[in-house]
Design a protein around this ligand. Structure first.
Ligand code: HEM
Length: 501
């Protein structure tokens, strides 16, 4: 009897191990183990150490390990060989490599939400989608979104000004504003999140994001069957259904709007029907649907991807930029001087040319994204071996991580890395640095497709804000700790005061 119980237990444990952890091939195992790193426990690797960490200790943990085991660092985690790189030359080999484009295991947790949208798709699907979607980010189409960005930015500024001299934690205000911008530009709808933060959709976006991060850190929850047994998994399923239903509803409404438009145009050329001038990202996708290039499910995964990738990342960038400018009044003075000289009339709408002319603004945004890169962690699951300089081989089957947050803080590349200094991005200073030493938007074939859109939005919000107000940051820099919660977030309120100029 005892023997039978023991056998059952062994089978149960084995099944659990098989389903809850990963098993590398023997080839991967032996080859990857030539790379140095912390020893860890059998099977678990460093999982217990990592699970003990608070979110805001994770980046520091990886930084200390990459310092202790420099250049290429191996950390085992539940059967996954995680290899970390922090030399720009090695990062260029990895991110620039066209054979290793699959995303790392950490991204599995985002799959239920974004399915096989551009961020997560692989192989031929990714290639053809990337080719199909790239034209939607053509600068001419981006320009059409500028007005909409400025309108939402102005609404944000009015909201902040209406709070008088109250202390404002800007984090949520900016997220709600960028969510409004994304819903407007990606789906062509007015969500009104800034005026109504308790909207169900807004709450679900937040909770799904948070649970996804929890799953990413706790790799044993990566199997859907195990996760769905937990109360967190059940809540996640409900919230996710809400998000997917919302996007599906918008897609169907827009489809029927387009059908009506065609009918109306065919029936009455002189009608007072006014077609929408600006096309949302969704409209462009629906045009591809007519050409049978995309199905409704394809469209939904891309809209969800753009909504997710597009609002939280940009919000983090804007939030930290405002905070840093509020701490560094001299930089703020110089930025305001530039904005005033390029747009002397505050009522003049912002144009792409204005933004192109704002050279100092560009330096400020770049430096802010260096100090606080919105995406602190990028990873790939290797399908092919790579040989780095000096003969180090990273084999297929390794999960390779690149951490912009750590790379951007290497004192050898950026002396006094914690110092906020936009001069680091003056043309002279940039020219002496390796291009892969600065990677807030990743780099290579799988870089951020929305980079130009994001930079435009960040600059529009900053220009609109500093056209009318000055900002003073009240939270001390030494009190700010950050967590890699999919995007980088401050754990503490980022309190500011705004004063009309
Ligand atoms: C400051 C804002 C942003 C930052 C810092 C940022 C950063 C990044 C990074 C680092 C990646 C690579 C991720 C990886 O390989 O794991 C990425 C990919 C991506 N980003 Fe962004 N992003 C920003 C804004 C946006 C916006 C506004 C959009 C859409 C409108 C967008 C859409 C995407 C998509 C679709 C991908 C996947 C591309 C592919 O795999 O081909 N991002 N982004």
């Amino acid at each position: 009897m005892i023997f039978e119980i023991l056998i059952t237990l062994v089978i149960l444990l084995f099944t659990l191990y098989f389903y809850a952890t990963f098993i590398p091939s023997l080839r991967t195992y032996f080859m990857v183990n030539k790379i140095h790193g912390p020893k860890g426990l059998p099977i678990l690797g460093s999982a217990l150490d990592i699970n003990k960490l608070k979110y805001n200790e994770i980046l520091e943990y990886f930084r200390s390990q990459t310092r202790k085991y420099p250049r290429v660092t191996l950390i085992w985690l539940l059967g996954v060989p995680m290899v970390f790189l922090d030399e720009p030359e090695d990062v260029a080999e990895v991110l620039g490599n066209v054979s290793n484009l699959d995303k790392g295991v950490e991204y599995i947790a985002i799959q239920p939400w974004l399915k096989e949208g551009l961020l997560l798709s692989t192989g031929e699907k990714w290639h053809s989608r990337r080719k199909l979607l790239t034209p939607t980010f053509h600068f001419r189409l981006l320009e059409e979104n500028l007005q909409s960005m400025e309108r939402h930015a102005q609404h944000l500024v009015n909201k902040l000004c209406s709070l008088g001299d109250k202390t404002i934690d800007i984090r949520d205000y900016i997220i709600l504003c960028t969510l409004d911008v994304m819903c407007d530009t990606a789906m062509g709808i007015e969500l009104g999140a800034l005026d109504n933060p308790s909207l169900k959709y807004v709450k679900c976006v937040k909770s799904v994001g948070e649970v996804t991060i929890y799953r990413m850190q706790n790799l044993y929850l990566h199997r859907d069957w195990l996760f769905s047994l937990t109360s967190l998994g059940k809540q996640f399923k409900k919230d996710l259904a809400e998000l997917h239903d919302f996007t599906t509803k918008i897609i169907r409404e827009r489809k029927s709007e387009r059908r009506n438009k065609v009918n109306k145009e065919e029936n009455n050329q002189n009608d007072d029907f006014k077609p929408r001038k600006r096309k949302a990202f969704l409209d462009l996708l629906l045009e591809m649907d007519i050409e049978h290039k995309l199905t409704e499910a394809d469209i939904r995964e891309e809209v969800d991807t753009f909504l997710f990738e597009g609002h939280d990342t940009t919000a983090a960038a804007i939030t930290f930029a405002i905070y840093l400018l509020g701490l560094h009044q001299d930089v703020q003075d110089k930025l305001i001087e530039e904005i005033d000289s390029i747009i002397p009339d505050k009522n003049e709408p912002i144009t792409r040319q204005h933004l192109n002319d704002m050279k100092y603004m560009d330096q400020v945004v770049k430096e802010s994204l260096r100090v606080y890169p919105s995406v602190p962690y990028i990873s790939r699951l290797f399908t092919h071996d790579i040989k780095l300089k000096g003969g180090i081989v990273i084999p297929a089957g390794a999960n390779v991580g690149v951490l912009p947050y750590i790379m951007h803080r290497k004192p050898e590349i950026y002396p006094e890395p914690e110092k906020f200094d936009p001069e680091r991005f003056s043309p002279e200073n940039i020219s002496s640095r390796h291009p892969y030493a600065y990677i807030p938007f990743s780099a290579g074939p799988r870089n951020c497709i929305g980079q130009k859109f994001a930079l435009m939005e960040i600059k529009v919000v900053l220009a609109t804000l500093f056209k009318s107000v000055r900002v003073q940051s009240l939270t001390k820099r030494e009190d700010v700790t950050v967590s890699p919660l999919l995007v980088l977030r401050s754990d503490v309120p980022l309190n500011i005061k705004v004063t009309p100029r």
